[in-house]
Design a protein around this ligand. Sequence first.
Ligand SMILES: Cc1ncc(COP(=O)(O)O)c(C=O)c1O
Length: 286
Amino acid sequence: MSLQVYLNGQFVDKEQATVSVYDHGLLYGDGIFEGIRVYNGRVFMLAEHVERLYESALAIRLQIPISPDEMTAAVEETVARNGLKQGYVRLVVTRGAGTLGLDIRRTSNPQIIIIADTITLYPEELYENGLEIITASTIRNHPVALSPRIKSLNYLNNILAKIEATDAGCLEALMLNHRGEVAECTGDNIFIVKRGVLKTPTTDAGILEGVTRNVVMELARKANVPVVECTLDRHDIYTADECFLTGTAAEVIPVVKLDGRPIGDGQPGPVTRDLRERFQTFANGD
Ligand SMILES: Cc1ncc(COP(=O)(O)O)c(C=O)c1O
């Protein structure tokens, strides 16, 4: 049977799951989304993802036509119908079809799309050996222009940085903010370990407040690793003992080089390995 996609309250075959070419999600990137993991048939951190979705909606003044509880049930049902045990849910809400113009008053019916599928972001060996990343020249969106805390369909900023990574033969790029400080990567948050302390940029560095980021900080605190949210610059990363990224798709992945410079001893560090293991255990509900 074909993969069943939730589309505005109906379940339709993947091949028939379509939206209008006049949808402002397509025309202007006017919409929001979430990416959510499924572990052992359980939707991971669903309440947190739904909360962030509704916050993104509020920030762009998009009225989602169903309640957070209904959205939660719709995600659960999409996962169940597709018999998904290990996978990834893409939840999208677009502004809906409108006229050719930016005016949101001329749109109607936001489109709610829920896809329950699988994802592999990085090859398995990189979780063992670590990623090499570069600093992109494209900075993260200025938060006063478009807050990176909104998980919007407008990902061009990150895509441009990702192209720089690809051109440099890397799979991820570090993005700085408008002040030249470390913000995050194109689809992941960034952490370092320095003298046993876990450090990550604050949300006012202009980052997405990652669900995985918050989980990892909590797991670290429980493991008695001190956690500090603070301003970081590239010097902090070049001189860190360890570095890793977090994200729903990426989970916890070590970074061993930035801009060709080895971080620490150039191998995934013990705190990173331990937190990755704790994350896997927590996510899988062991
Ligand atoms: C720009 C950006 N930063 C960070 C993250 C990580 O956030 P989360 O852990 O909620 O997936 C993502 C992925 O969603 C992202 O797109």
